[in-house]
Design a protein around this ligand. Structure first.
Ligand SMILES: C[S@@+](CC[C@H](N)C(=O)[O-])C[C@H]1O[C@@H](n2cnc3c(N)ncnc32)[C@H](O)[C@@H]1O
Length: 393
């Protein structure tokens, strides 16, 4: 029995190695990761799973302090093992505190403990120093974690009403009337962390314009003159997405417009000359009329339904019937069996922005309220975002 189990484990491990190499796309990869996660939880006793959940905030908290103190940078920059004493000298932190903070992080392979109280970096800590991840980590910790920790208290105060409007958990946790975006924009370093995070999120997600049929959906019937607008990226941040779109279709006629609020547009360091920058608040009338596409990536999940309808109505008013399309790149949740990542993202949007992830039925209802109808929902599976294509009713 002993031999048979170990040979089965060995065969399984070889199979996992092979299938991990053969995985073709994001959807397959996530499916496989889901199977591994479920297999791990089957091997755990329920009490072990519960303890894993109970103890889950601790390592991320230690890591946040390690980032804040400059330990992450110091260990990665050292390029060779460095002691807690040396780290204490560099960061002016307490040596014993550093030792305690590093324990869960070495146990999680974020750092390697090469000797007693001596550390070196691993691929995880090295990767974490990339600006999109480092910015993203600090943004999430600052904005989401505080609000999430306060969520049970907040929901008690509302007698467990669903979060559908402002003020919500973020306002309660931060004792402010402002939303998350004004909060970020008040501090340029916080906004820079967020923008780096959003730009970096493109690197781990497949490009929408390569995944979905842009040539037939947009380009084939686009007006051929160079003065008409091919695509407006509404709330497009630093312009990383529309810039990549332009590079993917260098011969496509038509202008590319990036819109966002003043601090974001003015903070852009570098952008392809083909992309026009325009300050635009999407709660005001859309100034670009009759574009082929108004593209929204991760915008509507930031807002409650009634607010989304306002943004959609401003867009609908600028759209040309029979020509313009609204394109929404977001999660389209299945009615049952929502994968873990978008399920967690939904809780995140609730905690941080009073927003939500939506099912196809919810998307159709929402767009219908703004006088738009869904003509297609492009999806490659449940494990990645979809593209909703809508036109004027
Ligand atoms: C979640 S980010 C998405 C950014 C970008 N579309 C992407 O996917 O990387 C939301 C964006 O909406 C912008 N935004 C927030 N309020 C806005 C408003 N009232 N008008 C225009 N843009 C706004 C933010 O500055 C931010 O760039």
């Amino acid at each position: 029995m002993e031999t048979s189990i170990s040979s089965r484990i060995e065969a399984l491990s070889k199979d996992i190695e092979l299938i991990s190499k053969d995985v073709q796309n994001e959807d397959e990869k996530r499916k496989l990761q889901g199977i591994f996660a479920q297999a791990t939880s089957k091997l755990q006793q329920p009490v072990e799973s519960i303890w894993e959940i109970i103890m889950s905030p601790h390592a991320p908290t230690a890591l946040m302090v390690v980032i804040q103190m400059g330990i992450l940078k110091a260990v990665v920059d050292a390029g060779k093992p460095i002691t807690a004493k040396e780290l204490a000298n560099i960061t002016k932190g307490d040596e014993m505190l550093i030792i305690r903070l590093m324990r869960p992080l070495t146990a999680k392979n974020i750092f390697l403990e090469t000797d007693i109280t001596t550390y070196t970096s691993t691929p995880i800590s090295q990767t974490l120093t990339a600006p999109p991840l480092l910015g993203g980590y600090q943004f999430m910790f600052d904005c989401a974690t505080r609000s999430l920790a306060n969520l049970p208290t907040y929901l008690t105060s509302t007698s467990y009403t669903d979060v559908v409007s402002t003020p919500g958990p973020f306002q309660a946790a931060n004792n402010t009337a402002d939303g998350m975006f004004p909060y970020l924009m008040a501090t340029p370093s916080k906004m820079a962390n967020f923008n780096a995070f959003m730009a970096g999120s493109l690197e781990t997600r497949p490009d929408w314009f390569r995944t979905f049929p842009v040539p037939t959906m947009l380009l084939a019937d686009a007006k051929p003159d160079a003065s008409s607008v091919l695509l407006v990226d509404v709330g497009g941040g630093n312009g990383h997405d529309v810039e990549a779109f332009g590079r993917a279709f260098p011969d496509a006629e038509g202008r590319l417009v990036l819109q966002d609020l003043t601090p974001v547009i003015e903070g852009i360091q570098r952008l392809d000359a083909r992309v026009e920058r325009q300050v635009h608040d999407f709660f005001t009338p859309q100034p670009v009329r009759g574009a082929r596409a108004y593209y929204f990536r991760y915008i509507f999940h930031d807002w409650p339904d009634d607010v989304c309808v306002q943004i959609m109505k401003h867009t609908a008013a600028a759209m040309e019937k029979g020509y313009s399309k609204m394109l929404i790149f977001e999660w389209v949740l299945p009615e049952k069996g929502v994968p873990l990542y978008p399920a967690l993202l939904d809780i995140n949007m609730m905690a941080v922005l009073n927003g939500r992830e939506r099912t196809e039925r919810q998307w159709r209802e929402l767009l219908g309220r703004a006088g738009l109808k869904v003509v297609d929902v492009h999806k490659v599976g449940e494990e990645s975002e979809g593209l909703i294509e809508a036109v004027l009713e």
